[in-house]
Design a protein around this ligand. Structure first.
Ligand SMILES: *[C@@H]1O[C@H](CO)[C@@H](O)[C@H](O)[C@H]1NC(C)=O
Ligand SMILES: *[C@@H]1O[C@H](CO)[C@@H](O)[C@H](O)[C@H]1NC(C)=O
Ligand SMILES: *[C@@H]1O[C@H](CO)[C@@H](O)[C@H](O)[C@H]1NC(C)=O
Ligand SMILES: *[C@@H]1O[C@H](CO)[C@@H](O)[C@H](O)[C@H]1NC(C)=O
Ligand SMILES: *[C@@H]1O[C@H](CO)[C@@H](O)[C@H](O)[C@H]1NC(C)=O
Length: 495
């Protein structure tokens, strides 16, 4: 089911963006990176392309008050959930359906923040669900939009939301402002753990690039894509909030909320830092290949659930989301972390994406190879399908090949072991792999394995300098394979 939302509006502007904006402005200004952009300010003197430079003049009004005080500046306690405030951008029309995504991760009374709606909710949304974030109706910025003849009023409203969420919570010990969409799923514990490693009194602009190379090219390689969620430290959020009206006046010709946000942040002297655990998911189709080879970084967000196939083939989108979140309640630190080990007597390779999937290959494969996702998915825009590279990472072919195609298992259930010192995740076979056995591995078919039990310590794994290792326990002929995760030995090779 596809519903209109700001997110899909964002997407529409991809095509509009190229068409109208470029026509009015210098390509150099828009499509080269920030370095070129800055260089162009000094080097480029084409009198026919003056608009960007005139617009920059607005930035003469320096911030009135430097960062004067923050309540939490002397609070040296480690960062916890109470220090984060979320601003989610949604539309009234899509909320009835989309709230299922947000309620899967939102913790009522513990998570702080608001959903910003375009209009007052109608009766069918009332009384407002206690499991949803409280809502606010976005400020009416019609006057500003009209004055500046902003080309994309909806985008201006979204950017303005950053100021609105900040002003609502400024004086309550906020350390980080997290912005997301109405179809972004956040993994709160991991976000807290990642942010706790940074000094919130410094200026940070965290986010994620698109997986699809051309999206980054069309918008910017230097911006955080809004659906993945972007995160601003307190002083940056404050500076941006104070500069907001001026910022919207400087860039009335930009049609993308994320691009306007980036332009304004960069004007404040801060640059974008991508984080590998945030995911825009500018992909379509079956993304299980990507989720089975997640980078070794804590999973922080997922997005675009209505654009991709359900994460589990036997469930719908909302059931899939809830199913995935069940595992994340047991151990977020290991969520989607890829652990690889070999069963030498059968020449099998096990690749586990914790809490999601297990793959068995019928030959020995090195870790370096399995880190590349199998290309089960399609590009965001099929118009450009022929032109490779499409993605910001290497992929493996999804060809139907007895040595390359894994036996696929998805999470079925999760619980604690009886001794309560381990988590036990059970994965069951997804489909029968209708292929002969792999000759390169010595013809040891894994067709009869239908269940895999993965044991892992119940302790959170926060030091991510190295992956975990594992051991496979399986007797030839048994339908069940057991795998135990553990720290790697000092010189252990995963190959
Ligand atoms: C923070 O601590 C410094 C010195 O330790 C002190 O001068 C300052 O007043 C304190 N600020 C607040 C807001 O408590
Ligand atoms: C979070 O940190 C604050 C201090 O900034 C502290 O008062 C509060 O108890 C902490 N909350 C939790 C759940 O640890
Ligand atoms: C927003 O403000 C404009 C004038 O600035 C007004 O005409 C319009 O009715 C307002 N819209 C809403 C929904 O209040
Ligand atoms: C893969 O190949 C086998 C025969 O070798 C065939 O039965 C099966 O349908 C193929 N699967 C796909 C997805 O093409
Ligand atoms: C595993 O594969 C290697 C390399 O192909 C082969 O030499 C070896 O005999 C195989 N082992 C078994 C038990 O099939």
């Amino acid at each position: 089911m596809l519903l209109p939302s700001f997110d899909s509006l964002r997407d529409k502007f991809v095509s509009l963006f190229g068409k109208y904006v470029v026509a009015g402005l210098c390509k150099v200004f828009l499509f080269s990176g920030i370095i070129l952009y800055l260089a162009s300010i000094f080097l480029f003197k084409d009198p026919d392309c003056t608009s960007p430079y005139e617009l920059l003049e607005f930035s003469n009004n320096l911030p009135k008050s430097p960062i004067s005080h923050f309540i939490s500046s002397n609070d040296t306690n480690p960062t916890n959930l109470s220090h984060l405030v979320f601003g989610l951008l949604g539309s009234e029309k899509a909320w009835q359906y989309r709230k299922n995504y947000i309620e899967s991760w939102w913790r009522p009374k513990l998570t702080r923040g608001y959903l910003f709606l375009d209009v007052v909710p109608t009766a069918n949304l009332l009384p407002w669900s206690k499991n949803s974030p409280p809502y606010k109706v976005s400020h009416n910025i019609t006057k500003l939009v009209q004055e500046t003849q902003h080309v994309a009023p909806i985008m201006a409203r979204m950017v303005h939301g950053i100021k609105e969420v900040f002003e609502l919570e400024e004086h309550k010990g906020v350390r980080w402002v997290v912005m997301g969409d109405d179809d972004t799923i956040f993994f709160l514990d991991n976000i807290v753990d990642v942010l706790a490693k940074y000094d919130h009194n410094k200026y940070y602009y965290f986010g994620a690039q698109s997986e699809y190379i051309l999206s980054n090219f069309w918008y910017s390689f230097n911006q955080g894509f809004g659906g993945a969620g972007f995160i601003l430290s307190y002083p940056l959020a404050k500076a941006l909030a104070e500069d907001m009206d001026s910022c919207l006046r400087r860039y009335p010709f930009l049609r993308s909320a994320d691009l306007i946000t980036m332009a304004c942040i960069v004007d404040l002297g801060v640059s974008f830092s991508p984080l590998k655990g945030l995911h825009q998911i500018d992909l379509t189709g079956d993304i299980s290949g990507l989720l089975s080879s997640h980078p070794k970084a804590p999973l922080m967000s997922l997005h675009h659930f209505d654009a991709v196939a359900p994460l589990f083939p036997t469930m719908n989108r909302i059931q899939s989301t809830r199913h995935l979140m069940k595992a994340s309640k047991f151990d977020q630190s290991r969520m989607l972390q890829q652990t690889i080990c070999h069963h030498r007597s059968s020449n099998w390779t096990f690749s586990i994406s914790w809490g999601y999937s297990v793959h068995i290959y019928e030959r020995i494969m090195p870790r370096s190879y399995l880190l590349n996702p199998i290309e089960t998915f399609d590009a965001w825009s099929n118009k450009h399908d022929e032109k490779r590279p499409l993605y910001m990472f290497n992929t493996r072919s999804s060809a139907n090949d007895s040595c390359e195609t894994p036996h696929v298992f998805f999470i079925k259930s999760i619980g604690e072991t009886r001794g309560k010192n381990e988590n036990l995740v059970t994965y069951s076979r997804s489909v029968v792999r209708r292929l002969p056995s792999c000759p390169a591995g010595g013809n040891h078919p894994a067709n009869y394995v239908y269940k895999i039990q993965v044991y892992s310590p119940r302790t959170k794994r926060t030091e991510m300098d190295r992956c975990e290792c594992c051991d496979v326990f399986h007797t030839v002929g048994s339908n069940i394979a057991k795998v135990k995760l553990r720290e790697c030995f000092i010189n252990e090779k995963i190959a």
